[in-house]
Design a protein around this ligand. Structure first.
Ligand code: ADP
Length: 504
């Protein structure tokens, strides 16, 4: 893969290839695992079979109220924002160590609940999770304001303060990474958190949050509520005592979240939403390498990436060769039980996603695109879909406009740079773009012309903790990761003091 692989302490141990039992299924509020007030539960399913893995406590508005008041108390009365930044940093570092120690179990749980290949969970996602927490643990004691020269005899400083209670809502495609991108910067800056996980994948967040408390996190600082969007999620967005919201998910739901925030207390919102990112293969491309990278850009994580390179633009000079080779590569992709070694693609996360993708495939065929590979389910049970490639795709087809969020590559032909820039930017989204070329001028021209929050040149899906990530246009507001994410979780207070003696 093109993704940078981190090594963990656990990497040399024999990986756990069979799912474990599930230990944590209740809501985590004020440091205590507890049932939902209503007593309700919902099943979380194994995408390989559709079988129930576990019944998980189903939080709704009442549980969100409890979680918010625990977070409120932990913020207003301490200990979290009142601790030294160094103490906060040390707890986050200890948490990262504990996650590393339990890396194999966590990776197995993630694969079991989401369907992603175990090797990906173990070699990429858990190590990246650890890396993001260490990155923000390092920031905790380096957040501070400025001293500012102003006109007149004034002494001016800024204090960078935590905002308060952060409500965070995450999706199911990268349950652990989304947890890290949200919880890491919020806690490092001294905020307290109520996290609403996705109903498809509630398990890994509960497991790691237990470890966080073992690492010394005080009760109430991080509360985790499993449950559904229209109930638990919207209660969090509307809550008058939540000071900031961060959401990752679909653009449609992002609009709802923003509206709920505006109608309640105008809490600031960061949004990381959908995409339809172009991946541009230029005429000078080494076709074999371009095929491999474009394949990775689209098919990684069963195609369930908001930044998937889902419109593959290929220069007409290399188009025919590219299509042949892209087809061959897709047909070679190993699909199967994500716990098996060497598997590149597991099942889609649930039956809704599975059906939605098959519908888009039918729409591609009906609209006249050429089906080169796949086009149907894989096997007879679970939510597997054959790696699918369409060529001859035109911009007015639904498969070129909508986010499919599945293993469906759409290939379009272009003539020159003006042509591809115009077409690549003709979308409501602007999350990412990929450029494959050796020509410096082409790379620079495209980089400046493309309207997207990330431009990857000769690489894709590099998710280093320090690199900011976020969207232009309807792909969202704000940036996560890196130093940029700290801004989302800080208030700036200007402190202005009149000086008696202007000479000094
Ligand atoms: P998807 O369609 O991929 O499931 P969503 O944007 O609906 O994407 O879901 C992402 C997250 O948003 C999940 O945690 C989900 O429960 C939550 N969510 C869905 N609907 C709402 C809503 N109306 N208010 C708040 N959160 C919601």
């Amino acid at each position: 893969g093109r993704i940078c692989k981190y090594s963990t302490a656990a990497a040399n141990e024999e990986p756990i290839k069979a799912p474990l039992s599930v230990t944590d299924t209740q809501l985590l509020i004020n440091g205590q695992f507890q049932d939902a007030v209503s007593g309700k539960t919902f099943p979380t399913l194994d995408p390989r079979t559709g079988d129930v893995i576990a019944h998980v406590a189903e939080g709704d508005a009442e549980d969100i109220n409890r979680a918010v008041s625990a977070a409120r108390k932990a913020f207003d009365e301490g200990p979290w924002p009142k601790m030294t930044a160094y103490e906060r940093s040390r707890i986050i570092f200890r948490f990262a160590d504990l996650v590393e120690k339990h890396a194999n179990e966590i990776a197995a749980l993630e694969t079991w609940d989401s369907g992603k290949p175990y090797e990906q969970s173990a070699n990429i996602e858990v190590p990246m999770f650890v890396r993001v927490f260490r990155y923000y643990a390092g920031w905790a004691d380096k957040v501070h304001g400025l001293t500012i020269p102003a006109d007149g005899s004034l002494h001016v400083q800024t204090l960078h303060e935590p905002i308060g209670v952060a409500g965070q809502i995450i999706p199911w495609n990268f349950p652990l990474l989304m947890y890290a991108w949200k919880v890491g910067p919020a806690l490092a800056c001294g905020n307290t958190v109520v996290l609403k996980t996705a109903e498809q994948t509630p398990l890994s967040a509960l497991y790691v949050s237990r470890l966080f408390h073992e690492a010394g996190l005080p009760p109430g600082v991080l509360n985790v509520v499993s449950g559904f969007g229209p109930t638990a999620g919207s209660a969090l967005c509307s809550h008058m005592d939540v000071d900031k919201l961060a959401f990752t998910g679909s653009t449609d739901t992002g609009k709802v979240v923003l509206e709920l925030a505006a109608r309640s207390n105008l809490k600031p919102v960061t949004l990381e939403l959908g995409g339809k990112s172009p991946f541009i293969v230029c005429e000078d491309a080494d076709v074999d390498k371009a095929v491999e990278l474009a394949h990775f850009a689209l098919f990684f994580n069963q195609g369930q990436c908001c930044c998937a390179g889902s419109r593959t633009y290929v220069h007409e000079r290399v188009y025919d060769e590219f299509v042949e080779k892209a087809k061959a590569r897709a047909m070679k992709r190993s699909v199967g039980d994500p716990f098996k070694e060497g598997i590149e693609q597991g099942p889609q996360v649930d039956s809704d996603q599975f059906e939605k993708i098959l519908k888009y495939i039918r729409s591609g065929i009906e609209s006249g695109a050429t089906l080169e590979a796949g086009g149907e389910r894989f096997g007879t049970k679970g939510y597997y879909i054959k790696p699918t490639v369409f060529s001859n795709v035109k911009e007015d087809m639904l498969i070129a406009k909508d986010e499919i969020f599945g293993p469906v590559q759409t290939i379009l032909k272009f003539k020159d740079l003006d042509d591809v820039v115009r077409r690549a930017n003709a979308t409501r989204y602007g999350l990412a773009a990929g450029v494959f070329t050796q020509n410096l001028d082409t790379a620079n021209t495209l980089t400046r012309a493309l309207r997207a929050g990330t431009v990857w040149i000769n690489c894709y899906d590099t998710f280093d903790a320090a690199i900011p990530f976020g969207g232009y246009k309807m792909s969202g507001h704000g940036r996560e990761k890196g130093v940029y994410s700290l801004r989302n979780y800080l208030q700036v207070k200007a402190v202005v003091t009149q000086l008696k003696n202007p000479a000094w």
